[in-house]
Design a protein around this ligand. Structure first.
Ligand code: AGP
Length: 361
C-alpha cells in the first residue's frame, strides 16, 4: 500500500459517515412556510449534478411516497441547453455539496431571470457561505464538514439524511402522515448511525481489503444493477468506480438493462446486483440474475444480512438490515469501499483522481 493510500482522505470521509448522519439527524431543520403551504408548493423539482443528483433521485421516492408531492429530478448540467417547463406551484430544491457548481448556478440564474419571484428555491449545500445558499430563498447547510476527497461520500449521505428528514417533516406538517407514523419514520432514522457504523466495520472483515475477488477487479468493465431505490445507488456506485478507478462502470435500472444493454454480457463479465428486501422488485432482479448467470456473468450480490435472495451468487456482501426506505444509506457503503479498494489496488491517488477537481466552476 502506498503512503497516500494509508492517509487517504476518502477513507477518512467514508468512516466519518456515522457521525455525519448523527449530526444531520440532530440539527435544526426549520421548514419554510412556503414549503408547507399547499398552494405555494404543489410539486417539487430537485435540481443537481453528479452525486448530488443521485441523492435527489433517492429522495424523489421519499417525497412522492411520503408527501405525495409530484417530484421531478432534473439534471442541472442540461438545463441551459434545454430549459424544462416549470409548472406554477413548483418549488425548486437545489442540491450541491460545494454550493459552487457552475451548471447549477447557471440553471438557477436562468430560472430567476426568466421567472422573477415565481419559483421558490430551497438550497441544500455543505458550505454555508456558498453562492448557491445566497441565491436561494432558504438554505439548509449539511453538517458534513470539509470533504477533502474529490469523490463525494460523506456529503452524499449527509444530503440523504437531510432529504429524508425533510420528507418526513413535510409529510407530517402537510397532514399526509399522522403523528404515529411520523414518529415511526423518525425512529427508523435514529437507527442509521449505528447501522452505518456496524456495516462499515463488518464490511472490513467480510471482504474489503484482501477479498473483493481481485480476479473480477482486473476486468475493464462492470455493471451495477438495482431497481426502485437501488437504481440511483447503482448510478452512484458506478460514478465512484469511474472517478477513482477509471474503470468503465455503468449503473442501470435492472429493468432497463434488459432492454438492450444486457447484450454486452459474456462469460466472466462482472455484474454487481443491489437487492434490499423480498419485495417484488427484488424478486424480479433475482430472476434477471438467474438469466444473466446463464450467459456466464459473474454476479456479486449486495444486500442486507438474512435477506434470503442472495444465496447461489458468485460473491455476496452483506450490510445491516434496516427499514427498506433507508437502505440506500447502507447499500452505498460497500460501493464506496469498493471504489476505494479497487483504486488502491491499482495504486491510484484515490483523493485526487486525474482530470477532476472538487467542484466544477
Ligand atoms: C461526485 O463524486 C463528483 N465529484 C461529482 O459528480 C459531484 O457530485 C458533482 O460535480 C456535483 O458537485 P456538487 O454537489 O458540489 O454540486
Amino acid at each position: 500500500m502506498s503512503d497516500f493510500a494509508k492517509d487517504s482522505v476518502m477513507l477518512q470521509n467514508i468512516w466519518q459517515q456515522p457521525q455525519v448522519v448523527a449530526d444531520c439527524l440532530a440539527m435544526d431543520l426549520p421548514l419554510p412556510d412556503w414549503l408547507q403551504d399547499p398552494t405555494s408548493t404543489q410539486r417539487l423539482v430537485l435540481l443537481a449534478c453528479g452525486s448530488s443528483r443521485h441523492a435527489a433521485l433517492v429522495a424523489q421516492h421519499w417525497f412522492e411516497s411520503l408527501t405525495k408531492l409530484p417530484t421531478r429530478v432534473l439534471d442541472a448540467a442540461e438545463w441551459t441547453d434545454r430549459p424544462p417547463l416549470l409548472e406554477p406551484g413548483t418549488t425548486i430544491v437545489a442540491l450541491s455539496q460545494s454550493g459552487k457548481t457552475k451548471d447549477l448556478l447557471e440553471a438557477l440564474a436562468q430560472i430567476q431571470t426568466s421567472h422573477p419571484g415565481e419559483f421558490k428555491v430551497l438550497a441544500i449545500a455543505n458550505v454555508e457561505a456558498s453562492p448557491l445558499v445566497q441565491m436561494a430563498d432558504a438554505g439548509i447547510v449539511t453538517p458534513a464538514g470539509v470533504e477533502g476527497a474529490v469523490a463525494a461520500t460523506k456529503s452524499f449521505t449527509a444530503q440523504l439524511a437531510v432529504l429524508a428528514r425533510l420528507a418526513v417533516d413535510l409529510a407530517q406538517s402537510r397532514g399526509i402522515v399522522d403523528l404515529t407514523r411520523a414518529a415511526a419514520l423518525r425512529s427508523d432514522l435514529a437507527q442509521l448511525p449505528k447501522a452505518i457504523e456496524t456495516t462499515l466495520t463488518e464490511l472490513k472483515t467480510q471482504a474489503v481489503g484482501e477479498g473483493w475477488g481481485l480476479d473480477w477487479m482486473m476486468r475493464e468493465s462492470v455493471v451495477l444493477l438495482g431497481r426502485a431505490l437501488m437504481q440511483p445507488i447503482a448510478l452512484e456506485g458506478a460514478l465512484k468506480l469511474k472517478e477513482t478507478c477509471y474503470v468503465h462502470a455503468e449503473g442501470f435500472g435492472a429493468g432497463d438493462f434488459c432492454h438492450g444493454p444486457m447484450a454486452i454480457l459474456k462469460p466472466g463479465f462482472p455484474v454487481i446486483a443491489l437487492m434490499t428486501s423480498s419485495t417484488l422488485s427484488d424478486q424480479k432482479i433475482r430472476s434477471d440474475l438467474d438469466r444473466f448467470r446463464s450467459f456466464g456473468s459473474y454476479i456479486i450480490g449486495i444486500g442486507p444480512r438474512d435477506h434470503g435472495l442472495l444465496p447461489g451468487l458468485d460473491e455476496v456482501l452483506e450490510v445491516e438490515p434496516i427499514a427498506d426506505w433507508l437502505m440506500p444509506f447502507l447499500m452505498v457503503l460497500p460501493l464506496q469501499l469498493l471504489a476505494y479498494d479497487w483504486a488502491r489496488s491499482l495504486d491510484l491517488d484515490v483523493d485526487q483522481p486525474r482530470y477532476l477537481t472538487k467542484f466544477i466552476g
